[in-house]
Write a protein that binds this ligand. Structure first.
Ligand code: C2E
Ligand code: MG
Ligand code: MG
Ligand code: MG
Length: 273
């Protein structure tokens, strides 16, 4: 193994790149095991109506509990799962699991929470996606109007024609569509009018500095206004402080989620509400 001091003598062999590749290969191997051995869990982050501070929705966020490596966050494995195609079965598992859990919660007399599930671009362009979702809805009894699929801008702009077709099919089975991480790409505002969307989720990078940066505040106000004029629900991601909340309320942002309210929590904790 090359040590740091020996770096200059190994021109074509950089330990850091090698370790990254090794790590990726290991993660892929472990991911296959994880699917077989049921090592994934879904946590839920509450989504709050900012006017009355009621919990109106839950975003399903996958966690990987590895017996030796411990809890692995999605940022560490979703990309590799996408590159290897494993995201298709992982994503389907998340959707089925979350629908089962939240539907049984809703039907046991809890308020009827909306359920949001993230959809990878790999899944979005999969043939049979709509049928797969319809199947899970039928199997679990989940009310499709309470189900929200979160997609990102980069997913949608890959192939505009296909996207419109796919979104229309999804709308036809009754589910809602949320535009996740809004504003992080090039935000071609034009496509908003072509896509049948229900919710835009303002990325937390816009929320982070609204207390201090007038330019961020200007952008935020404009996105909220735009969303409202397009008859979309506007949700702010990553609310961490009371001041951020108050600013968002002042500009009538509909909903929010963030550590100020709750981090992602286990199903057990959700049941306590
Ligand atoms: P996302 O869909 O934008 O989810 C929001 C992320 O922000 C979550 O990270 C959440 O824990 C975090 N977050 C929430 N509130 C705050 C806050 O106040 N401050 C900060 N700093 N962070 C906050 P998480 O759970 O680590 O997930 C990261 C990303 O991984 C997600 O971003 C999503 O893109 C992806 N992901 C998670 N679960 C799934 C899944 O089941 N399928 C797919 N395809 N992607 C998933
Ligand atoms: Mg999301
Ligand atoms: Mg997001
Ligand atoms: Mg994100």
């Amino acid at each position: 193994k090359a040590k740091r001091e020996e770096k200059n003598t190994y021109v074509f062999y950089t330990p850091s790149i090698n370790e990254t590749l090794y790590e990726q290969v290991m993660i892929e191997k472990y991911l296959r095991q994880a699917i077989k051995e049921n090592q994934f869990v879904v946590h839920y982050q509450p989504q709050i109506n900012l006017m009355n501070e009621n919990t109106v929705g839950l975003e399903a966020l996958i966690r990987w509990q590895h017996p030796k490596l411990g809890l692995i966050p999605p940022n560490k494995f979703i990309r590799i799962a996408e590159e290897t195609g494993l995201i298709v079965s992982i994503g389907e598992w998340v959707l089925r699991n979350a629908c089962e859990q939240i539907n049984s919660l809703n039907s046991r007399g809890y308020s009827s929470f909306r359920l949001s599930v993230n959809l990878s671009s790999i899944q979005f362009s999969q043939r049979g996606l709509v049928e797969m979702i319809q199947g899970i809805i039928s199997d679990t009894g989940m009310d499709p109007t309470n189900l929200v699929l979160e997609v990102t801008e980069s997913t949608l702009v890959e192939n505009i024609e296909f996207t419109v077709e796919q979104l229309n099919k999804l709308k036809a089975i009754g589910v809602q569509i949320a535009l996740d991480d809004f504003g992080t790409l090039y935000s071609s505002l034009n496509y908003l009018k072509h896509f049948p969307m229900d919710i835009i989720k303002i990325d937390r990078s816009f929320i982070r500095n609204i207390e201090y940066d007038d330019r961020d505040l200007a952008i935020l106000k404009t996105i909220i206004r735009l969303g409202k004029d397009l008859k979309l629900k506007v949700l702010a991601e990553g609310i961490e402080t009371e001041r951020q909340l108050n600013i968002l309320k002042k500009y009538q942002c509909d909903e929010g989620q963030g550590y100020y309210f709750d981090p992602p929590i286990s199903l057990k904790e959700v049941q306590k509400r």
